[in-house]
Write a protein that binds this ligand. Structure first.
Ligand SMILES: *Cc1c(COP(=O)(O)O)cnc(C)c1O
Ligand code: SF4
Length: 440
């Protein structure tokens, strides 16, 4: 029996009420959660605590590290600053200053998202929308900009701490519809957040129904980026509005659209419970497909056997592996990032152990400013050791599928760390990018 669940949420204010945590951690460890949770977003719920975390394995448990702030996520000098501020009980306003100072060092706006991807229509910037790649429009419905729990590595962390400047939000679908009508090349609308699946069914319907209009025939796929399957599967099983939500999914597929769930799944432990399996079945029964993606993260899933099991379990449950990402250059990247070459080794080791059915997955890939860059792998060309790279997506679609080469570098964790191979000054796309920045 799955049973009805009441949603209970914990944060830096009340985490000391979690009995498992108190039993398992020392006083110092509990305090570290407070310090880090003051700087970076922290929210976890009773499903994650009771059913996903293996408390015998805490503090090393991957789901624990995925949801509870870790001391080393802050650099030592930053940790000490906030630690002292809290211990000395300094006034709220001063604390805020210190916290903002630390946050500002964590590159809150990676990959130029705010400057480069917001489209302009009739002379107005379309807030709440990003249009980077020809076929796909990202839409951030204003009511879906939170999550059922927060991932410690989240690159969208600034929007959860209430920094208005960093938010992408959209009150109205109208402008989006207008924009779509003028851009017949767009085939995909991707609702994202936060997590759009934090909205109730009627709100979600208000956002999605307009996309089903006959005037938007060119929009063939509606994607929903979500972690609800893993953080709150009851949403699709026995929440108050579950039936209504599943009816909405059915309405989308019956209107002839492809409904694609882009499920964020980091570890096979997330796919073990009875309720997640029921949720998957209910979603698939509406005619929707579930594709999956995850970043590769140190301390959470940086082992080939984890990815092999993740992809195999997904295939067994009818999910389609889609992306392995690299940790973005923001937030606690120094704690979570896996070097590009190491990520490639892990990907390859896992990929060779699964059948072709699971090899729909692509990566490891970085969502960098010029596009989604795949690490194809190391090679030796004319005696020079290089790293072969490839655009899966490009700011300019002509860049896609053009292999290019960087000097081999085992320590590099991001595109910016790489140097062009063969003594070249720039990568082929960099000249165009300089022009692109000027245009903006
Ligand atoms: C990843 C991404 C997409 C979707 O790309 P697909 O390869 O079609 O999955 C769209 N827009 C942005 C900004 C992205 O980062
Ligand atoms: S579910 Fe996605 S948006 Fe939400 S905290 Fe996790 S990574 Fe960030």
């Amino acid at each position: 029996m799955i049973g009805i669940q009441e949603y209970k949420v914990f944060s830096a204010h009340n985490y000391e009420q979690i009995p498992q945590l108190i039993k398992q951690l020392t006083k110092d460890q509990l305090w570290a959660i407070k310090v880090v949770g003051t700087v970076l977003p922290f929210k976890v719920n009773n499903y994650v605590i009771d059913q996903l975390i293996n408390w015998d394995n805490v503090p090393d448990d991957p789901i624990f590290i995925l949801t509870f702030p870790q001391k080393e996520m802050l650099k030592e000098e930053h940790y000490n600053l906030v630690d002292q501020a809290l211990k000395n009980n300094i006034p709220q306003l001063e604390l805020k200053k210190i916290v903002n100072l630390v946050r500002a060092t964590l590159n809150p706006n990676p990959a130029g998202q705010q400057d480069h991807n917001v489209p302009v229509m009739d002379g107005q910037r379309l807030h709440g929308v990003q249009h980077k790649y020809d076929q796909t429009l990202l839409f951030f419905p204003s009511h879906g900009q939170t999550c059922h729990a927060y991932c410690t590595f989240c690159f969208r962390w600034p929007q959860f701490i209430g920094d208005k400047n960093q938010k992408f939000a959209q009150n109205e679908t109208d402008d989006v519809i207008k924009y779509l009508k003028r851009h017949p090349k767009i085939t995909d609308v991707l609702l994202t957040g936060g997590d759009p699946m934090t909205m109730n069914a009627s709100r979600l319907r208000a956002y999605i129904e307009p996309f089903l209009s006959p005037e938007l025939e060119h929009v063939q796929t509606i994607r929903i980026g979500t972690k609800a399957l893993s953080f709150w599967p009851y949403k699709f099983v026995n929440d108050k509005d579950s039936e209504e939500l599943l009816d909405l999914f059915r309405q989308i597929t019956e209107a002839g659209k492809h409904l694609a769930f882009m499920a964020h799944l980091n570890h096979p432990a997330e796919l073990k419970t009875e309720v997640v399996r029921q949720a998957i079945k209910n979603i698939k029964d509406t005619g929707a497909e579930i594709r999956t993606q995850s970043p590769i993260m140190h301390h959470i899933n940086d082992k080939a056997c984890v990815w092999r099991d993740l992809w195999n379990t997904q295939v067994q449950l009818g999910l389609i592996p889609y992306y392995m990402f690299l940790a973005r250059d923001t937030g606690a990247q120094h704690y979570f990032s896996v070097p590009l070459v190491k990520a490639w080794h892990i990907f390859k080791e896992a990929y060779r152990q699964v059948s072709g059915i699971a090899r729909t997955v692509r990566g490891p890939s970085m969502s960098a400013h010029p596009g989604k860059v795949e690490i194809v792998g190391p090679a030796t060309i004319n005696g020079e050791e290089v790293l072969t790279l490839n655009f899966i997506q490009g700011r300019n679609s002509d860049w896609i599928k053009r292999p290019f080469f960087a000097e081999y570098d085992e320590k590099a964790t991001w595109l910016d760390d790489l140097k062009p191979a063969f003594g070249k000054k720039r990568f082929f796309f960099e000249t165009e990018l300089i022009d692109d920045v000027k245009l903006n």
